[in-house]
Design a protein around this ligand. Structure first.
Ligand SMILES: [Zn+2]
Length: 436
């Protein structure tokens, strides 16, 4: 009897997963004018909708709508004459499918043990936070002359925000530029992890291009938002923010959008409401996670030539500013963005679209307080947000969900872009500093 009960409990735990998304749908919609855009923004606030991508004049938008709001949402769209269609009927079914695919991928290969210190990590799956932490520690032990594990700070829930410094000269040689990259600042954008883990592998475990590590120092933050990331695995797959408590006791809402919390145009193109997915926090750098980036950038402002914040989804290389104003090196910024995008396009899957390169506000939408803008504002010449496609362009999984069949490819193709950017950065740094 007891055993039966245990089985029942286990079953309900599995069954209960993603329950909040039972009957929720994803809609794709097109707006034709400013008035219709306003209706969408209004609905976004009123119904607390999760806007995955904003509809623009030449681009359809994708919005996740909870089951209980679907009727009102559809009614108001029709009233405003906005064209829409359902792309995912029941979001929970897709989440269950992603779980099954990822579990099968995880079962098919083995993570190297502690003693196997220099063994490669299988790159065809999504790793839990603890697994990535263990891997970083393993790399630091296996390559003590090249890798330093740094604890940048402690998250709201008490997790260390760790990153790796990679250098053959312990960061002492200022004739080398630094390339910075981070992933999972928006924790649901899981595919970003593929890019940072792939980079670690190709710099350390399986390095076939020694110029990348001999001439360049690297700072890599695989999990920029650990609390949020754990939450996406354990409770809510579509969580985007960190896990900071609400402003008031018993506040039903919580979390700060970390990519609106940096001190650049802070609060001008983000939300003041803690319930919003773009809540900018109480003050610039109020969050321990963004403070980590600030500290790194402050320490290495002079040497960071290329700054990359890895997100999903879409296929974009985006640069600042989020206000729509271009940095003074706008043309060069665009050209290097094109280099990165073209290098990815050359090896990407044919089923995925080409990368689009552009100013974030003009290409997608205005945004303030982003890490990319903050880095740019400090004078770091080449600062980008990469939006990776999260899936294979197939209809099985959409949006942020990850198809394990695509993970290794995502790491590989993005690395091609990163290498192109890093090599350009090396030359431009040397020119800028008069190093020959
Ligand atoms: Zn993002």
């Amino acid at each position: 009897m007891f055993r039966l009960f245990t089985i029942f409990l286990l079953f309900s735990a599995v069954y209960a997963k993603h329950e909040i998304y039972e009957g929720a749908s994803v809609y794709e919609l097109e707006v034709e004018n400013e008035a219709q855009s306003k209706v969408v923004s209004m609905l976004e606030d009123q119904l607390a909708l999760d806007v995955w991508s904003h509809p623009g004049p030449s681009r359809s938008g994708m919005i996740l709508v909870p089951k209980n709001s679907k009727e009102e949402f559809a009614y108001k769209l029709r009233l405003a004459g906005i064209k829409f269609r359902t792309t995912v009927d029941n979001v929970k079914e897709q989440l269950d499918l992603e779980d099954r695919l990822l579990a099968a991928a995880a079962a098919s290969s083995r993570i190297p043990s502690e003693s196997d210190s220099k063994a490669a990590l299988p790159l065809d799956r999504v790793y839990q936070w603890e697994e990535v932490e263990a891997y970083m520690q393993r790399l630091a032990r296996a390559y003590p002359d090249k890798v330093t594990l740094v604890s940048g700070g402690i998250s709201f829930e008490g997790r260390p925000i760790n990153y790796l410094r990679i250098s053959t000269t312990n960061f002492q040689d200022s004739s080398k530029p630094v390339v910075f990259m981070q992933s999972l600042l928006h924790c649901r954008e899981w595919i970003g992890q593929a890019a940072t883990l792939y980079a670690l592998e190709k710099l350390l475990v399986d390095n076939t291009e020694s110029d990348l590590i001999n001439n360049i120092d690297w700072i890599i933050v695989p999990t920029a938002n650990p609390d949020g990331y754990v939450h996406t695995h354990e409770a809510n797959r579509y969580w985007r923010k960190n896990r900071k408590d609400g402003l008031f006791i018993n506040d039903i809402c919580m979390g700060v959008d970390l990519n609106r919390n940096y001190d650049i145009f802070w609060s001008t193109e983000s939300s003041n409401s803690v319930c919003s997915d773009t809540f900018h926090g109480r003050a610039p750098f109020s969050e321990p996670e963004t403070a980590v980036t600030k500290k790194i950038l402050d320490e290495h402002t002079d040497r960071i030539e290329l700054f990359l914040d890895i997100h999903s989804f879409g296929s974009y290389v985006l640069y600042g500013y989020g206000s729509g104003q271009l940095p003074s090196n706008g043309l060069a910024l665009h050209l290097v963005g094109v280099l990165i995008g073209e290098a990815i396009d050359a090896v990407k899957l044919r089923t995925n679209p080409n990368y689009t390169v552009g100013n974030v506000a003009l290409t997608l939408y205005p945004a303030s307080g982003s890490s990319q803008d903050y880095a740019q504002s400090l004078g770091i010449p080449y600062s980008y947000t990469l939006e990776l496609p999260a899936y294979r362009g197939s209809a099985t999984l959409t949006g942020f969900l990850v198809d394990p069949e695509f993970v290794e490819q995502a790491g590989y193709e993005t690395w091609e872009g990163i290498k192109a950017g890093a090599r350009f950065a090396l030359n431009s740094y040397r020119t800028r500093k008069g190093i020959h």
